[in-house]
Design a protein around this ligand. Structure first.
Ligand code: 13P
Ligand code: SF4
Length: 310
């Protein structure tokens, strides 16, 4: 069967019929961002998922995000347009290896970045996102040792900001590790007035050139209040759609990738399309499911994060 010609109208109709809400991350393609009810960073998306009254949550993002929505809403149906939309960072932390790593560090509490599987969340004490990681670590008594997983780049950034010594799991995001420091410096030379905005998943070599570091929402908000005309953006370029909408007269340049990488789009995020979103709502599949014991164990550290983020 062919999809309808006007996908926007068809999706709006389905949204009404299903009593659905569409939550989208900034790394989704522009059409998906434009039809979403809420666009946000991982913290904002999980807060929306925790408070929505809709019966069906259509999650335009990657698997761990939709899974978090399901952990918070076991009674609701959570749809993901493409179940294969994973995350290289989440994949870099397999549960069995992480359980062994945790056993090698008795007495440590585990703070895990939300970019991990439900199994890793279940092995964690507190979940964090890029917008609250520094604040949450600062709330832990100084004598309490901490394992930080899975992103070593965010972990190093948190260490630098808090002065704490964290035991880091050595995971990373394939997208944020593709930026070239050499090319970034070259681009800055061509645009000396530009501000460099970077996500803390980037490597230290890139972060040290940044004028502002933050989560996707923080980067968007910063670009809205800066008086500069030009910005170099070191994160997935999907965010530029919102930056450009917010500030149409400004110039946003994606930070350049290494020579062998054609672009910095996240191959996982970009698996979702408007057409797949339509079919997911029409077929009410693919749906996120997870075993109840895992869900319950993963819920606690997420609830701790939400309580500590107020
Ligand atoms: P935030 O939107 O929370 O900054 O996360 C970025 C990211 O990599 C999501 O996969
Ligand atoms: Fe995962 Fe990186 Fe893609 Fe975010 S941008 S979903 S961290 S691979």
């Amino acid at each position: 069967i062919q999809p309808p010609l006007d996908l926007f109208a068809a999706i709006q109709d389905l949204k009404r019929d299903l009593n659905a809400v569409i939550l989208a991350h900034y790394y989704q393609e522009p059409d998906i961002q434009d039809i979403a009810d809420y666009i946000g960073d991982s913290l904002g998306l999980s807060q929306q998922a925790a408070s929505t009254e809709a019966e069906v949550i259509v999650f335009a993002g990657v698997h761990f995000m939709a899974e978090t929505a399901k952990i918070l809403n076991p009674q609701k149906q959570v749809l993901l347009p493409d179940l294969a939309a994973g995350c290289s960072l989440a994949d870099s932390c397999p549960p069995a290896e992480f359980a062994a790593f945790k056993a090698e560090h008795p007495g440590h509490i585990v703070i895990s970045y939300i970019n991990c599987s439900a199994e890793i969340k279940a092995l964690s004490d507190i979940i964090c996102t890029s917008s609250n990681a520094v604040k949450l670590v600062q709330q832990i008594p100084p004598q309490q040792p901490i394992i930080f997983a899975p992103d070593r780049n965010l972990g190093r950034y948190v260490m630098e900001q808090t002065g704490r010594d964290l035991v880091l799991w050595q995971g990373s995001c394939m997208v944020h590790e593709t930026f070239s420091e050499r090319k970034l410096v070259g681009l800055k030379t061509l645009h000396p007035e530009a501000e460099i905005l970077a996500h803390p998943e980037c490597e230290t070599a890139v972060l040290r050139h940044a004028d502002f570091i933050g989560s996707t929402t923080a980067l968007l908000n910063y670009s809205g209040r800066s008086d500069r005309q030009t910005f170099i953006v070191a994160t997935e370029p999907g965010i530029i759609h919102q930056m450009q909408k917010q500030m149409p007269d400004r110039t946003f340049i994606p930070a350049p990738p290494l020579n062998n990488c054609p672009c910095n789009e996240c191959p996982h995020m970009r698996l979702n399309t408007l057409e797949k979103l339509y079919w997911a709502m029409k077929n009410r599949a693919p749906e996120i499911t997870l075993p109840e014991p895992t869900r319950l164990a993963a819920l606690q550290p997420i609830q701790r994060m939400l309580a500590m983020s107020h």
